[in-house]
Design a protein around this ligand. Sequence first.
Ligand SMILES: Nc1nc2c(ncn2[C@@H]2O[C@H](COP(=O)(O)OP(=O)(O)O)[C@@H](O)[C@H]2O)c(=O)[nH]1
Ligand SMILES: [Mg+2]
Length: 297
Amino acid sequence: MRALARAITLVERRDPSVRNLEDAIRNDARVPGVTGFTGAPGTGKSTLVDSVVTLLRGQEQSVAVLATDPNSPFTGGAILGDRIRMQRHALDPKVFIRSMGARGHLGGLSLASREAIRLLGAFGFDQVILETVGVGQSELEVAAVADTTVVVLTPNLGDSVQMIKAGILEIADIFVVNKADLDGHGRAVAELRTMLNMAPKAVWKPPIIPTVATRQEGVEQLWEAILAHRRHLEKSGRAKELSERRLRDETAEVAAELARDRTRRALQEDPTLTERLLKDGTPYRTAEEILRTRTDN
Ligand SMILES: Nc1nc2c(ncn2[C@@H]2O[C@H](COP(=O)(O)OP(=O)(O)O)[C@@H](O)[C@H]2O)c(=O)[nH]1
Ligand SMILES: [Mg+2]
């Protein structure tokens, strides 16, 4: 577990040595199921994830939770509230809980989580759960990494309006309307259903699962829905398509990262290059020249 935590720290920092990890783990072909939980802060994602972990442990499955926080540069540990909330799993060696930040650049979060998922697979984890904090870009990144994306809403309409604005409805494979113990829950579910019925017909129709995360209610139904979605991905050929697309996308993102690093280094190390750039004001030409002529990495 220490080794795993250390490796994830390297991945999170985008340390160049992660490239060597790849060779070490490539043959460990285990691929964990990856489920993303996303939604506005306070909707109950962490509570729900904790309940899902309990359910999975009851089935003897090992599970890793990565809580990604796009707002922190990187955290290297669990977000305090989540650590407290998930404390009951703290001593379970088959549960790994970790919060991850991105180093602030676009794509950093998805790159780091993809590599972390590979590591978790190599360490034998059956299931990986990603929880994202906040609304926006990070959620789209997480949806690109997860097999199944669960969008968590509550009877609080503000949440849903925010979701629609952020384009979150499109990325949902499953909707959870949590806090079913609160007033207005039935109405929120009905409104969501109406909204979904207006969407263009798709092969997969996202189900709406009501839950009370604090009482573990609806959690089994939620897991059933996740498994049903996974079966749908397999049967329709979409799973294969997604994993191939992910590898292509990831390669392009890694290439962009390497090129950026190489360019920064070249400009740092070569004062005449920098001088000419400043004098001519030609970033495109300079970048092309660096990528054509510099091969160190
Ligand atoms: N009434 C009610 N409160 C809930 C439920 N699920 C979570 N909460 C509470 O909502 C608050 C935010 O939960 P948390 O899991 O931290 O939300 P997150 O920010 O989405 O991870 C906490 O005080 C939870 O106890 C629920 O089903 N019903
Ligand atoms: Mg949380």
